[in-house]
Design a protein around this ligand. Sequence first.
Ligand SMILES: [Zn+2]
Ligand SMILES: [Zn+2]
Length: 270
Amino acid sequence: MPAFICSACGTQYPPSEASPLACPACTDERQFVPTSGQSWTTLDELRKAHSNKFRRLAKGITTIETTPAFGIGQRAILAQTSSGNVLWDCIALIDDATVDLLNGMGGVSAIAISHPHYYTTMGEWSHALGGVPIYLHAADRKWVMRADPAVQFWEGDTKTIGPNLTLIRLGGHFDGGTVLHWADWNEGRGVVLSGDILQVVPSGHVSFMWSYPNLIPLSAAKVERMAKILEPFAFDAVYGAFSGRNQIDENGKQIVAASVARYIARINEK
Ligand SMILES: [Zn+2]
Ligand SMILES: [Zn+2]
């Protein structure tokens, strides 16, 4: 039986004879069902028409993106850290070439995902990479559409997954919205891999939304809370979920603070 994948968002469902009736990730108010309707594919079909490209984004940071683009169009990131290689976020397509390349780069010791839009085929990735753990925040447990024994739910605001690697739950876009802080990246400059939780925007700032495609913002109180949780962490770079928009290579801490201030000034305007 095929494990169907939603063509709009990339979420994979458990094996079934017929395709699911709907995709809860798409019918959620944060997303949308395409005007052409919900459609489905499988990994076998995806592999026939797509492949993944690897690009070195910065020292120790490699992006993995599907071409032609599929689903939401996000990228996964391989972070080659002193405590092992972490796959940050996930994309739907996994194929033999991707596994060969990742193994050639030293393999993957853990997968961590910012929020449910990027859960996609996470179980397939874990199995192909040796059954590595997948760290997800427990607040988003109900959004796991295909359960997998590799998934390890964590609770609270932080989880250390290596000596200099911390998952930080900021919430916002999703209750369990998480970023990865890598403290000793690039001679201790520090980097935040931010997914959609701090959304890197064209001006070179970050912004915050409950729904990005439907333009539903977060309250000032929510964004203030996110900033407060992030406050103890030092970092220079911020890399989000999309290529070709912008990236923050330095002064990330100050830029995030300025981004929070300008967001709150605008959303509080009377
Ligand atoms: Zn969907
Ligand atoms: Zn999202």
